[in-house]
Design a protein around this ligand. Sequence first.
Ligand code: ADP
Ligand code: MG
Length: 146
Amino acid sequence: MERFLRDESETRALGLELAARARPGTVIALIGDLGTGKTTLTKAVAEGLGVAENITSPTFTIIKEYGSGRLPLYHFDLYRIGDAEELYALGFEEYFYGAGVTVVEWADRAAALLPQDALTLRLAYGRDDGERLVYTERTDDADAAL
Ligand SMILES: Nc1ncnc2c1ncn2[C@@H]1O[C@H](COP(=O)(O)OP(=O)(O)O)[C@@H](O)[C@H]1O
Ligand SMILES: [Mg+2]
């Protein structure tokens, strides 16, 4: 299943929808090249959860936690992750299987560690500058999200 995100506002709309559906333990795994909108989408999820803090990319810290929304938000950015050991050292399981909502950028770098029921969304560039494409490869819950 796929959906065109014709401009940033459509990416934001998807993020708000995902936030509305999010439950404790929801894990949203984002896969896609630099600039395809992973952080933009994450910011909209945060907005939808009512997170008051400014969301900044946790590229160097790997994980940032925001507690001011309807549910806690755990934002991972695995761009600079070395190996799985680093994720174990961060205690990723406490987040992935915790009471909050987890969004993971560059989730393909930890594919084997993602929960079975993670919602995996792939982002890609569209036909012009402002367009992106989001798609899923499964035909279950992940599809329903689009
Ligand atoms: N449809 C769209 N959805 C999301 N971002 C878009 C879109 N069109 C253009 N952009 C731009 O693309 C960039 C996406 O950046 P970002 O969300 O940081 O990507 P990533 O985290 O995947 O590297 C932003 O500069 C944003 O303004
Ligand atoms: Mg990013």
